[in-house]
Design a protein. Structure first.
Length: 241
């Protein structure tokens, strides 16, 4: 947060066209971030949100899950469009042939697990999107501002259904078991501590916070949700990645 802003980059880059005038390193950084969002949004929609429609226990839950799946596919579509505008090759904008982040390898098998993924993985996504709300590349900043209310809805969806499940002793035990399986995969979502790329992103005003700062904030927010709101236990995880 303390690094001086790189003076080679203007305070605001308003379009894909203007991006072509920015330093090559800045352009590469933007392409990398947009590509990773496009890939992760599609991964999540394919392995979690769409299959969860079949797991949802009631027509009401299926209806809301359809909305979540629609929005996650929509996020992919928007990040993909931006990726295409800024010259990311189409093959790099989908998960095919890529090593997934560990969370996407989680074998979703139950409705409780899906609710916990929305509660905790979408909270991680909210932190990532929050960090882009003041990004110097305005098309990316605008996309973050557009998707943010939907990510908040997904996390709220997870919280509401987890609270409902926790009304019975059996439901509480199943939600706790899902948290124990899902949560340990999530701190790695924030990338390596001491990342050189991340220093560059902050110097360029693309991102605001370091990976380790975001990870610590995430764990604190996840703990407040799980322990204060749900009255369950957040498993201990290593903070360093
Ligand atoms: Fe999303
Ligand atoms: Fe989401």
């Amino acid at each position: 947060m303390t690094e001086a802003r790189n003076s080679a980059v203007p305070a605001g880059i308003r379009s894909a066209e203007e991006l072509k005038q920015a330093p090559e390193e800045y352009q590469l950084a933007i392409r990398k971030i947009v590509r990773s969002h496009a890939v992760n949004e599609l991964y999540g929609a394919q392995v979690f949100d769409e299959p969860a429609i079949a797991l949802a226990p009631t027509p009401y839950a299926k209806w809301l899950t359809c909305r979540v799946a629609m929005e996650e596919y929509g996020h992919h579509v928007r990040f993909r469009e931006l990726g295409e505008q800024i010259g990311v090759p189409a093959a790099e904008l989908t998960p095919e042939g890529r090593q997934p982040l560990s969370i996407f390898a989680f074998p979703l098998a139950s409705w409780e697990e899906f609710c916990v993924i929305k509660l905790l993985a979408d909270l991680a996504e909210i932190l990532q999107v929050e960090d882009l709300l003041h990004c110097t590349f305005h098309p990316l900043r605008n996309l973050a501002r557009m998707t943010m209310p939907e990510e908040r809805f997904h996390a709220q969806f997870g919280k509401d259904f987890c609270i409902e499940l926790c009304r019975t002793a059996e439901g509480r035990a199943r939600v706790q078991a899902a948290i124990d399986r899902v949560f340990p995969l999530l701190p790695a979502f924030f990338g390596q501590s001491g990342s050189r790329n991340n220093v560059l992103y902050r110097q360029f005003g693309i991102k605001q916070r370091s990976n380790e700062e975001m990870r610590a904030d995430y764990i604190a927010r996840a703990r407040a949700l799980v322990e204060e709101q749900l009255q369950l236990k957040l498993p201990a995880v290593a903070e360093a990645a």
